[in-house]
Design a protein around this ligand. Sequence first.
Ligand code: BGC
Ligand code: BGC
Length: 835
Amino acid sequence: MQTRLATSVAAALGALLLGACSGNNDVITQKATSAVPDYWPVIQSPIAKSDDVEKKVSDILASMTLKQKVAQIVQPEIRDVTVEDMREYGFGSYLNGGGSFPNNNKHATPEEWIALAEAMYQASVDASLDGSTIPTMWGTDAVHGHNNVIGATLFPHNIGLGAMRDPALIERIATATAREVRATGIDWIFAPTVAAARDDRWGRTYESYSEDPEVVGAYARAIVTGLQGDISDGNIDDQHVISTVKHFLGDGGTEQGDDQGNNIADEETLFRIHAQGYVEGLGAGSQSVMASFNSWHGEKLHGNKYLLTDVLKDKMGFDGFVVGDWNGHGQIEGCSNDNCPQALLAGLDVYMATTPTWKPLFHNLVAQVESGEIPMSRLDDAVRRVLRVKVRVGLFDLPSPANRSLSGDKSIIGHPDHRAVAREAVRKSLVMLKNNNNLLPLEPNSKVLVAGDGAHNIGKQSGGWTITWQGTGNENSDFPGASSIYQGIERAVSAAGGSATLSEDGSYTDAPDVAIVVFGEDPYAEGNGDIANVEYQRGNKSDLALLKRFKDAGIPVVGVFITGRPLWINPEINATDAFVVAWLPGSEGQGVADVLFTQANGEVAFPMQGKLSFTWPATPYQNPINRGDGKTPQFEYGYGLTYSDNTNLPALNETVEADSSEAADHVIFQQSVQEPWQLVAHSGGVSGAMNSSVLTIGDVTIRTADRNVQEDTLLMQFGDTPAKVHFFAPFPVDLLDFTTPNSALAFDLKVPSGTGIQAGIECGDNCAGMVPLSNFTADSSDWQSVEIPTKCIIGAGANLQEVYAPLSFVTQGKVEFAVSNIRLTQHGQPTTHCP
Ligand code: BGC
Ligand code: BGC
């Protein structure tokens, strides 16, 4: 489903290229030896440094022990830290990640969120164990509203907001978000993302407002202003939150759009394209910056002293703090999650230490300051930055989280005023690509059929970072107070005497006047959303078939496309009369109907007005494609029809020239199990599928773990009972592409204890090709790359035309192993023998 070079390989390649290309070498040498170029501006933050604040911070700092200081710069995550840990260590801050809730309860109430905030705060100011009374603060990813909380208002994702070109509305969205976050006792949010996404194969494209740095800059200013409120007196009040501009720097410009990949832009381009969100966001007073997972010329940003310290702090004058991303420090060369002085030395101020490794990390940092490996002055500077922000946000003066002005006012979560703002944003973000014979707007007193799997699916219309990290696994009932796109249409139509029928598969008995088909991408987040090319539903054009059924029956069709990025959908556009991109509108689906239908009297209530903030590709292989790059897109940056345009779009080109490169790897598991596969375990007559981070079946236990990036590893433990664990799909998949001579089933394996694993491919009842893994199971505690030539698996009985399980492990007794990076590839090592 997706191909990309493993990050490390990409980085290594980047480094290789560097060696070969003198142009890039110049950039590096210049960077190391000369001063920061003058195009990096000095920022004038509206929160000016004040002597009073500095004095207060100095007094606190002077009274702190080494351990208390280190605690200020270690940020654990609520799944791995208890209130008692907080009492003992007194962390400066903590977070909940995407899909992480108080008591691990997805349906935690606002009271439970506040209870956790209160307990953590009270433990932090309790000096009984750590001697410290410095209040802690809680950070969360409220990236399109307070998206981890049931019932919160969910705004359109950033890509949709970009299409509005309306910074004033952005500010109102931010104000509403800040209020909902404060209502749960939280002080700080990890937003806005100010990436200018330049390659839409990137799984985070929807978190970007635009490919255009100017839009990103204007929005960054507006959203920071809305989140932090009026800060002209030097303070953030308790109706507002600390904001974070992220991910510094160049995340939207990696090669092939790889998440956590390598950006090889020269420094001036890095500034001009990728840094504008920081210039404006910090210019509006944002108090924190999140370091990015990506590398710049092969060097991870978390360890990049030049950008973090020389540019951001020394030249631009940023005086807030730099927080890391999810164990991002562990990705620096020579670092691990639990040991990384390099990050602090480079200029990171707060380690986001999101696994149980926070504990060894803490003790290592203490030891590294004691030994002088980390100068006390650097630690003091980091702590000073954290404390400075705490003073500015009033943490030392405010009452505890449960007693602040908005805390516990449940009416704020999903407040009608906030929903009204979100609905307005939905209306303004729609972009119409086609409206032949002015089919739109529709009259509401019509007979409407609403089809497609996005029609009545609030999870799908909300995308990633929605209650769960990936945005998957949600039901409409998880969104109290929200509306699906279908529900909005139904309300608009029935109020005007028309009728709307929901029929996901498009079947009907009574021909409708018009069909609205709502379809598009399923939710994803971060690297899981990376794709090899931008063709929509390659190899399985079920939505095209649905659209065509109406078209063939002579029923006018409106396509409503749910997507996190421009995708190549020429065939789908051709199969409609009108085509509207709704992006990822969030909880207020009814905003779509507001624009698609006129009022009962035939007047347009809300104009169609969105304009593309990304260039739309003309072929699946055209990325990166950006305004001004000389390529001919399908729809230009800024395109978007209005109801007064009388434009008929001619049929678009549907022929796809095959990509010249070889077949992409078939990825089976990489941070998550890839579609259509599911991880299923069988043991002692019981079976079960994995749908959270742990699965126990009989005496088999599987857990996700972090090796290089989040959840990129599966740990499997087998007991005495013979067992099988496989990546399974109920329908067969044709994998004949992987019968070429060097094709292999490949994965990384570590077997700390036990033996007797067989691995192979299953092709239905009594059809499988299994081979022993004896060569790889020598009680090794090191990672090994395993490649099983598919010819060996075929020799053992597998048929690759009808694969039900592309990887199956069978065990006979006790064994424990870890596996990651699982794929079928055409590029295995040439070999003649089988394992
Ligand atoms: C993401 C950040 C996010 C953090 C905390 C990371 O993986 O890159 O954007 O703020 O997780 O959930
Ligand atoms: C966690 C999420 C987190 C994400 C950050 C995942 O492993 O489960 O909570 O937001 O990593 O990238």
